[in-house]
Design a protein around this ligand. Structure first.
Ligand SMILES: Nc1nc2c(ncn2[C@@H]2O[C@H](COP(=O)(O)OP(=O)(O)OP(=O)(O)O)[C@@H](O)[C@H]2O)c(=O)[nH]1
Ligand SMILES: [Zn+2]
Length: 198
């Protein structure tokens, strides 16, 4: 599991990406040999490996590493988990907050593991909808809870810096399973997450 900084970079990948980014800089009309840009291709190569490190991480393994038997049947909510991802269409960031809830069925996991699962799937090339469902499925498949809910609110730089150039639009996606498909449970969850947001 690549948790530590030194585990993230793969030397052949860094070398190959560095060469490509040097060409990218040239094609954009800049001089990759000028002082300020000398180390930029390598920096970008490393940054991109950090932003996509989720491909080398296993969400199921993370949850299973801190899975505890506990007889609680109340809703557990972890809200305002900040997330940074890359849209797979433009490879530009989208960023915002994830709110995750589940109703245990005998098993709980460490709270930080929920945030780690958000990181695993957001550190990949994504669409917000798939990211939302993947987080839900990882919790569903490992904890077999009575229900899981995930809401993500995010802003997409591809819509802000280019293209349609809308600075204030925010996209909300949601995925509900089990008990959360019932109106009353879903309303309770939505009320609890919006209570602190306002
Ligand atoms: N559904 C969804 N769409 C996304 C996401 N991130 C970016 N997009 C959209 O992906 C679409 C790609 O559309 P294209 O027409 O192929 O690309 P484009 O010409 O760059 O489109 P514009 O952004 O409208 O200029 C755009 O409408 C983006 O807004 C996401 O997470 N989910
Ligand atoms: Zn995009």
């Amino acid at each position: 599991m690549a948790y530590k900084k030194e585990d993230i970079y793969d030397e052949p990948v860094t070398d190959a990406l560095t060469q490509h980014y040097k060409q990218v800089i040239e094609q954009l009309g800049e001089d990759p040999e000028r002082e300020g840009l000398m180390k930029t291709p390598e920096r970008v190569a490393k940054a991109m490996q950090v932003l996509t490190q989720g491909y080398h991480m296993d969400a199921h393994e993370i949850i299973n590493s801190a899975k505890f038997h506990e007889d609680v049947s109340e809703m557990i909510i972890v809200k305002d988990i900040e997330l940074y991802s890359l849209c797979e269409h433009h490879m530009l960031p989208f960023f915002g907050r994830a709110h995750v809830a589940y109703i245990p069925n005998g098993w709980i996991t460490g709270l930080s593991k929920i945030a780690r699962v958000v990181d695993v799937y957001s550190h990949r090339l994504q669409v917000q909808e798939r990211l939302t469902v993947q987080i839900m499925n990882a919790i569903k498949e490992t904890l077999n809870p009575l229900g899981v809910a995930v809401v993500i609110e995010a802003k997409h730089l591809c819509m802000m810096m280019r293209g349609v150039q809308k600075q204030n639009s925010e996209t909300t996606t949601s995925a509900f399973d089990g008990e959360f498909q019932k109106n009353s449970t879903r309303s309770e969850f939505l009320k609890l997450i919006s209570a602190r947001l306002s």
